[in-house]
Design a protein around this ligand. Structure first.
Ligand code: C5P
Length: 343
């Protein structure tokens, strides 16, 4: 990692939470001329989050210090990419002479990396926002959105700060109401094998797809309609079995990492319930009515991993998290207290 930690927190340090996301559905609806795939996905933010802080510095260039999960070289981190994009859009909109000093950035990394949880994209969205605030400048919503989309396909979702229907390559984001409280919990199990998103889409493009064509899109449209009409957490939990199959990238992820097939079967056997996949994987998810139940399931999975009833691909034991879906603060007062969006 380059650079040291920023100076101790002072008035000019801006801190942002960068939540993970979960794809409750992920339908691939086509391929564009530029090679990207068209999606239809209901995406929700999670309480599991990284923290990004930025502070103006007198150093010659932007720096990044990372604590927690290893996420590769700082130079290729989306935090630094996002600061660069923020500087570009600010100069374009506000003039080339506006002072935008280098930033010392710090990232506390808790979200597993290359896991289908969009942790890197969320860090990028948080850094874009934090950089503009640290410089005391604002840009147009269009400029901010275009910068987000240049950073990565999932970044625009995080600017929306809530539950959303995501289409296009990820750039068309429309907020939809979250379920009503209490916030459902989710168990996340992430094998220690990064699954590169481009490889998964390439396998999909080569024809590695679900047998039941179109059912992912049907489930995704249906969920978006139900949420718009007002959905209880209980109703969502009753749909969970169906949603666990509504990810068109699951066969492609299993093609890239064949060990995911036995891993998922093991989880289904131990937990006695359907198991979904977030994004391009490899994170497996199961919804629960409460955090206590998700934590009990997490313990059961840790035991099963220890005694070999669940075998995961990759080096070392999977990361197991129990967390909550973040609800729209307007979904009810309990939503704000129990799992409301905090960014
Ligand atoms: O935009 P991002 O860098 O996150 O995407 C990584 C890769 O995943 C792209 O280069 C592309 O190969 C693939 N992708 C895709 N369709 C999407 C999103 C990503 O084909 N909607």
């Amino acid at each position: 990692m380059t650079g040291g930690p920023p100076r101790p927190t002072d008035m000019s340090t801006v801190v942002r939470l960068a939540p993970a996301k979960l794809n409750l559905t992920l339908a691939v609806t086509g391929r564009r001329a530029d090679g990207y795939h068209e999606l239809h996905s209901v995406m929700v933010p999670l309480a599991l989050a990284d923290a990004v802080s930025v502070a103006p510095t007198i150093g010659p260039s932007d720096t990044l210090h990372v604590d927690g999960t290893d996420c590769g070289p700082a130079e290729s981190n989306l935090v630094l990419r996002a600061v660069g994009e923020a500087r570009e859009v600010a100069r374009r909109e506000l003039g080339p002479t506006i002072p935008l000093p280098p930033l010392a950035c710090r990232l506390e990394k808790r979200i597993p990396v290359a896991a289908g949880l969009a942790g890197g994209s969320s860090d990028g969205a948080a850094a874009l926002d934090a950089a503009l605030e640290a410089w005391g400048v604002d840009v147009s919503p269009e400029g901010r959105h275009a910068a987000a989309t240049r950073i990565g396909s999932d970044v625009a979702f995080f600017l929306a700060a809530g539950w959303a229907l995501v289409e296009g390559r990820g750039e068309r984001v429309v907020r939809i109401p979250s379920v009503r409280p209490p916030a459902p919990a989710v168990l996340l199990v992430t094998p220690m094998t990064p699954v590169p998103t481009p490889e998964v889409f390439a396998a999909y493009a080569d024809g590695v797809r679900p047998l039941s064509r179109g059912s992912g899109l049907l489930a995704s449209r249906h969920l978006a309609d139900e949420l718009r009409a007002g959905m209880t957490a209980r109703a969502l939990l009753m749909r969970a079995g169906l949603l666990a199959h509504a990810n068109d990238l699951m066969p492609a992820a299993q093609h890239v990492v064949p060990g995911l097939v036995a891993f998922r079967r093991g989880l289904i056997r131990v937990l006695g319930t359907a198991v979904g996949q977030s994004g391009s994987g490899p994170t497996a998810w199961v919804l629960y009515p409460s955090l206590d139940e998700a934590e009990a399931a997490a313990d059961a999975v840790r035991d099963a991993l220890a005694d070999g009833r669940v075998v995961a691909p990759g080096q070392g034991s999977p990361v197991v998290h129990a967390t909550r879906l973040l609800l729209d603060p307007s979904a009810g007062s309990a939503g704000t207290a129990e799992g409301g969006f905090t960014r």
